[in-house]
Design a protein around this ligand. Structure first.
Ligand SMILES: C[S@@+](CC[C@H](N)C(=O)[O-])C[C@H]1O[C@@H](n2cnc3c(N)ncnc32)[C@H](O)[C@@H]1O
Length: 285
């Protein structure tokens, strides 16, 4: 008989609890991004809009917005965004969409935002860059945030390291972990995020960089459970599939404990640069 899923496994499956989890990291970027929007935008697209938090703030901050469009792959998240934004009526349109195969949209946008999403589109980022460059109205801007954890020789960094420690607690030797990732088709997040230089090269095929700013994104937690919850809401079962279904509850617990150990030893769980890119479409072809 199959054991019933733990609360965290069920949460990871639907990416639930993002409202609370995002307070640890992603929420801190929202004002920063919206502060980069100049003038009085009429149409905004938010790509990978999650539960609609950025759209909500943008609608409140910019009365000039007559249309805010959210594209999102997760049906659970888009449903939550719909509830959150219902009060804005026809000013909002939400589309279920996979950004690696972007949909046809009739409008052009004054602003396109994409926050904490790009690494999930690897290695197909250029498809969405070309789409955005073609959908921006004259004078329009693309605001993008990207995280850049330091990488080791195996390409591991950021969350990969916390997962490697959790797997060690489950009896998997650290040296075996890169092979385990490869066997399960799990690309280290530190590879998915690309280096700032590599990303700039890719972006510059479609955009000129108006400005780029960088600051530290630090995550701290009050206990192991809080990080277990953050991991499930942010990474879903991306890493959990590295272990057999009957060990997944144990895996999520070990991730929380590994993060909590870091918190006690270093005063934080993680610390990495986050970049805000402000981009204009290239006009030279
Ligand atoms: C870390 S969350 C960021 C959500 C929101 N932008 C924020 O800053 O809080 C990443 C989001 O990207 C979405 N996503 C990942 N891959 C996607 C894809 N291929 N197409 C559309 N959405 C995607 C996920 O479902 C998730 O909601």
């Amino acid at each position: 008989m199959t054991a019933p899923a733990s609360a965290t496994e069920a949460q990871a499956r639907t990416l639930a609890g993002y409202d609370r989890a995002s307070a640890l990291r992603q929420v801190h970027d929202r004002d920063w991004v919206l502060g980069g929007i100049g003038g009085e935008p009429a149409v905004l697209f938010d790509l990978g809009c999650g539960i609609g938090q950025l759209l909500q703030e943008a609608l409140e901050r910019f009365p000039s917005l007559r249309l805010a469009v959210g594209l999102e792959r997760s049906e659970h998240r888009i449903a939550e965004a719909g509830e959150r934004l219902a009060a804005h009526g026809p000013r909002v349109r939400l589309h279920p969409a996979d950004l690696t195969e972007p949909p046809a949209l009739p409008e052009r946008a004054d602003v396109v935002t994409m926050t904490s999403v790009l690494h999930w589109l690897h290695p197909y980022e250029e498809r969405i860059f070309a789409w955005i460059a073609g959908r921006l109205a004259p004078g329009g801007r693309f605001l993008l945030t990207t995280y850049h954890p330091a990488r080791d020789g195996d390409g591991f960094g950021g969350e990969d390291e916390i997962v490697r420690e959790a797997l060690a607690a489950l009896g998997i030797a650290p040296a075996a972990v890169p092979g385990l990732f490869a066997t399960h088709g799990v690309l280290p997040i530190a590879v998915r995020t690309r280096t700032p230089g590599g990303l700039e090269e890719l972006l510059s095929r479609h955009f000129t960089v108006d400005s780029g700013a960088e600051r530290a994104a630090r995550v701290s937690v009050a206990d192991a459970r809080q990080y277990e919850h953050f991991h499930a809401a942010t990474f879903g079962d991306y890493y959990a599939r590295l272990v057999a279904p009957e060990r997944r509850a144990e895996f999520f617990t070990a991730v929380g404990e590994s993060a909590w150990r870091r918190q006690r030893e270093r005063g934080r769980v993680s610390d990495m640069p986050v970049r805000l890119w402000r981009l204009a479409p290239r006009t030279d072809g």
